[in-house]
Design a protein around this ligand. Structure first.
Ligand code: PLP
Length: 357
């Protein structure tokens, strides 16, 4: 079975080797306040800066999931009555706004469509210290273009910008300086098992957390930053996940190369669907289409029979999500998928679509 699900997604083919090595290294039984753990954390941080081109002054913190990062940001940077504006066009961005609202009582939503981006100057950010956006909206296969991220940064230099990059980090080169907080869990673009996430903070985000000084949660951003300075973590972390992340990154090429590959495969996928027909991209605007997650729309019946036929042939396709649950399906375009995986799926799809006429 090859999983093309956009999360949890196919893991690296070399994962069994890394797992065996993790066990053999003795790492899985070390204390998280030990020098061995500090060394692993240091090596990992180095590799993340190197391979993902994370700016040297951005801090990297481990958390358990992207949704935990939603909460940490709300608790530690906003607090009760702390205002935030949430720009979204899909289910993940909307949920982030909903859960922030429950914690702060002051999260405002700013929905937009699948075909048009709101003008940066028009966002009602005068009273909000934080703009939350979903860099890659996994639910509908859209992404915010780099140029748009830069425009937002320029339009709102004082606002903290937080970007959920769960399905783009480690698949695409990110415009790091355009946001102050970036986060992702590892079961998507990183090609690893779930249960670990990274939160990456600009110097301004760190300063904001220190200024607020929120210390009433075990996972407060402040405590996490203090621990990271000592190469430690607040809680006993997912050491296996951290080890696998470090090993898999060491084997990966620099991000610019991965970014080129993913964008090339994406163009190839679009061309493929244009040739075979039956399904069309859910997002009509090419600049908003995500290179790392494809969402395709078509008839309800066609989609459910395609997914079933694919499963029988050993391909796991992603269901539609939220509002587009039955009218779309999704295909991951993450780096752990190989050319051969994609060739096999496309051969099957070509055959299936041709038989349907
Ligand atoms: C998958 C996903 C999440 C949730 O990730 P968890 O690891 O389950 O918390 C959040 N945001 C986006 C954009 C996602 O794709």
């Amino acid at each position: 079975m090859i999983s093309f699900y956009p999360g949890p997604s196919k893991v690296w083919d070399r994962l069994p080797v890394y797992m065996q090595d993790a066990w053999q290294s003795g790492m899985l039984s070390v204390n998280h306040r030990s020098p061995q753990f500090a060394r692993l954390w240091q090596d990992l941080v180095l590799e993340l800066h190197l391979k993902l081109h994370i700016p040297p002054d951005y801090q990297i913190l481990p958390f358990s999931s992207a949704t935990e990062c939603w909460e940490v940001i709300a608790q530690s940077l906003l607090g009760p009555a702390g205002q935030s504006l949430h720009l979204y066009n899909g289910a993940f961005g909307e949920k982030w706004q909903e859960y922030t609202l429950r914690l702060t009582g002051a999260a405002q939503g700013y929905p937009f469509g699948l075909d048009q981006l709101p003008h940066p100057q028009q966002l009602p950010l005068q009273d909000s210290p934080l703009l939350a956006l979903t860099h890659n909206e996994t639910s509908n296969g859209t992404a915010l273009p780099d140029a748009y991220m830069e425009q937002l940064r320029q339009a709102w230099p004082e606002v903290l910008i937080a970007a959920d990059a769960t399905s783009s980090m480690a698949a695409l080169a990110l415009p790091w300086h355009a946001a102050d907080l970036w986060f992702a869990s590892v079961q998507k673009g990183f090609g690893l098992p779930a249960g670990l996430a990274l939160l990456i903070c600009s110097p301004r985000a760190v300063a904001a957390a220190e200024k607020r000084g929120e210390n009433s949660h075990y996972n407060s951003l402040l405590f996490s930053l203090e621990n990271a300075r000592k190469q430690q973590t607040t809680h006993t972390p997912n050491v296996l996940g951290l080890y696998l992340l470090w090993r898999s990154l060491k084997d990966r090429p620099p991000m610019a190369e991965t970014d080129r590959l993913i964008r090339h495969r994406h163009r190839q996928w679009l061309q493929f669907w244009q040739e075979v027909g039956v399904f069309t991209p859910l997002c009509p605007a090419p600049v908003l289409q995500s290179p790392s997650v494809l969402a395709l729309q078509g008839g309800k019946e066609a989609i459910s029979s395609l997914k079933q036929a694919a499963l029988e042939r050993g391909f796991y396709l992603g269901n539609g999500y939220g509002r587009w649950k039955e009218s779309s399906f999704r295909i991951a375009n993450f780096p752990a998928l190989t050319d051969s995986d994609i060739d096999q799926l496309q051969a099957f799809l070509r055959e299936w679509c041709a038989a349907r006429g």
